[in-house]
Design a protein around this ligand. Structure first.
Ligand SMILES: O=C(O)CCC(=O)C(=O)O
Length: 254
């Protein structure tokens, strides 16, 4: 998949030096992510579907979100890969703008996250840097005034994943990615939501373009139990798209 993405054969990519969607389909400046692993035109989509719709994974996801498995909604399954040049993402929350006031941040963060997001490393990975607990509070003055590419925030940690380990996180935690082009990276990057989420979550997910193809996903070749689960989760995604209409893109002040 990564080779196909780097060579322009797979069009759904995260390109350098752009941090946030939409990304152009041109890999000539390099890539740092492969999007839409579940897309039916990916010859290996079943391999990825078996991990995304895995019954064991879904149990953990429902427990983390605090909802029933019947509420789970299909969202995104991507892979974050070694960039072609050293590259980093600025400090950000995925769905709260850097320009938000402390009151606006708190207003957003006090609502349940309504999703589980995870990084599942296929190679050892120490790219994700975050400030523990920051998904529950507004930024401190130091965090607010820091250069967004500031190398060190007080109390930050680097998430150290060994190949095969997975870390779940709320994507509104204050975080960034710091990428080393000399180190192989292939980290499955997924998210699953719930029917309890509102329009903010719809934008967070649908800005990646998953709504364009998910409605046509036919689940051919899936084992019957998995097809059943997957169909229901896909239906909930399509419903979310129908309810929310055109969501646009979320600007994180790139
Ligand atoms: O590379 C990572 O693990 C973090 C990616 C990230 O922060 C993002 O996609 O917003």
């Amino acid at each position: 998949m990564t080779e196909a993405a780097r060579s322009g054969k797979w069009p759904y990519i995260r390109t350098l030096p752009k941090q946030f969607p939409p990304w152009p389909q041109d890999p000539s400046k390099g890539i740092w992510g492969v999007q839409h692993l579940l897309h039916p035109s990916n010859p290996d989509h079943l391999t990825f579907a078996r991990s995304y719709f895995d019954s064991e994974l879904l149990k953990y996801v429902a427990a983390l979100i605090g909802c029933g498995e019947d509420d789970l909604t299909m969202e995104l399954y991507n892979m974050l890969v070694r960039p072609d040049e050293d590259f980093s993402l600025r400090w950000h929350r995925d769905d709260v703008a850097a320009t938000a006031t402390p009151e606006e941040e708190l207003e957003r963060l006090k609502k349940p996250g309504h999703h589980a997001q995870w990084n599942l490393a296929l190679y050892d990975d120490s790219s994700l840097v975050l400030v523990p607990g920051s998904h529950k509070r507004a930024r401190t003055e130091t965090e607010r005034n820091a250069d967004p590419y500031e190398v060190h925030m007080p109390d930050q940690i680097t998430v150290q994943l060994k190949a095969g380990e997975v870390a779940f996180y709320n994507n509104n935690i204050l975080h960034r990615g710091v990428y080393d082009s000399s180190k192989e990276r292939m980290t499955l990057h997924g998210s699953i939501g719930t029917t309890h989420a509102g329009s903010e979550r719809a934008r967070n997910v649908l800005q990646h373009g998953v709504g364009d193809w998910a409605k046509e996903y036919d689940f051919e070749g899936f084992e019957p139990d998995m097809a059943e689960r997957a169909k229901k989760m896909r239906e909930r995604l399509v419903e979310m798209g129908q309810k929310s209409g055109d969501v646009g893109f979320f600007s994180k002040d790139e």
